[in-house]
Design a binder for this molecule. Structure first.
Ligand code: FPP
Length: 251
C-alpha cells in the first residue's frame, strides 16, 4: 500500500501510520546546530527550535497512544560545549519544565528525568522536584523521559556503585543479582526498554545513549535535522520498525 501523499507548500510528504505503535520510543535530538548554521542563525536558535519540536512530538506521541518517549537533551559530555551554549540549553529546559507544570495534568504528559540531576542548578532541581510531584496527578497519557546530564556508561557505573553499597550494607547479596534486578538500579527503572531508537541528522552512532536499555532496540536513522522533525517522521520511523522481524537472539 502506498501511504505517502505529497502535501502542502513545504513539500513535506504525508506518511500515515500503518501499524501498531511501540510503547516506548527514544530519540537522540540531533542536528540543532547544523539546522541553525544552514540558516545563518546562532546555535542557540537551533536548540530553541529543537525544544519546540520536542513539544510537538511529545503531544503527538501521546495522541497515537505511545506510553513512553525518551529524549536525549544533554549528555555528560555536553558540558564541554561553550558556556553560553550550555547555559542556553539549561534555560530552555527551565522554561519547558516551568511551562509544563501548568499544563501537564490537562495535557496528560508526565515528565521524568534520567541522568545525574544532582549536577544541575538549584533552580532546575527545584523544577524537577515539582514536576515529579505533579506526575502523581497524571494517571494516563504519555511519560516523557528527558535525559539530562545523562551518559549510558555513567548510568551503569552509578547502578553498579549503588548495588555494591546495598551489598556492603546488607540489603542485597551478589548472588541475587540478575538482569531484572540490575535494571532496577537504572534511571529507567520501571520503564520498559525502548523498542525503537530514532536518530535524526544523518549521524549513525549511539553516543552513549541508553546503553543498557538498547540491547534489543531497533534503530532508525534519518537525515532530517531534529528541528525539522514532524509527526510524519515519527510515522515513517514506526512504519519502518513495523516491517522488521525482532528475534531477540532466537530464530
Ligand atoms: C544535539 O544537537 C542537541 C543537543 C545537545 C541539545 C538538545 C536540547 C534541546 C532540544 C532543548 C532542550 C530540551 C527540551 C526537552 C526542552 P547538536 O547541537 O549537537 O547539533 P549539531 O550536531 O548539528 O551541532
Amino acid at each position: 500500500m502506498d501511504n505517502t501523499v505529497p502535501t502542502n507548500e513545504t513539500n513535506e510528504v504525508r506518511v500515515e501510520l500503518n501499524g501498531p505503535v511501540p510503547q516506548h520510543v527514544a530519540i537522540i535530538m540531533d542536528g540543532n546546530g547544523r539546522w541553525a548554521k544552514s540558516r545563518g542563525l546562532p546555535r542557540s536558535a537551533g536548540h530553541a527550535a529543537g525544544a519546540e519540536t520536542f513539544r510537538t512530538i511529545a503531544s503527538y506521541c501521546r495522541d497515537i497512544g505511545m506510553k513512553y518517549l525518551t529524549v536525549y537533551a544533554f549528555s555528560t559530555e555536553n558540558w564541554r560545549r561553550p558556556q553560553e551554549e550550555v547555559e542556553g540549553i539549561m534555560r530552555l529546559l527551565d522554561t519547558y519544565i516551568h511551562e509544563a507544570l501548568a499544563v501537564m495534568e490537562k495535557e496528560r504528559i508526565r515528565i521524568e528525568f534520567f541522568g545525574n540531576v544532582s549536577g544541575l542548578s538549584d533552580n532546575l532541581l527545584d523544577l524537577i522536584k515539582q514536576a515529579r510531584e505533579m506526575n502523581k496527578k497524571v494517571t494516563d497519557g504519555v511519560q516523557a523521559n528527558i535525559c539530562v546530564n545523562y551518559g549510558g556508561r555513567d548510568e551503569i557505573r552509578a547502578a553498579a556503585a549503588a548495588f555494591a553499597k546495598d551489598c556492603m550494607e546488607g540489603r542485597r547479596s551478589p548472588e541475587e543479582l540478575d538482569e531484572a534486578l540490575f535494571s532496577q538500579y537504572m534511571y529507567s527503572k520501571d520503564v520498559p526498554d525502548p523498542e525503537l531508537i530514532i536518530r535524526p541528522s544523518g549521524e549513525i552512532r549511539t553516543s552513549n545513549f541508553l546503553l543498557w536499555q538498547s540491547a534489543y532496540s531497533e534503530y532508525y536513522f534519518t537525515d532530517c535535522m531534529w528541528p525539522d522533525f514532524t509527526p510524519f517522521e515519527i510515522n515513517r520511523a514506526i512504519n519502518d520498525y513495523n516491517k522488521r522481524s525482532r528475534r531477540f537472539g532466537a530464530v
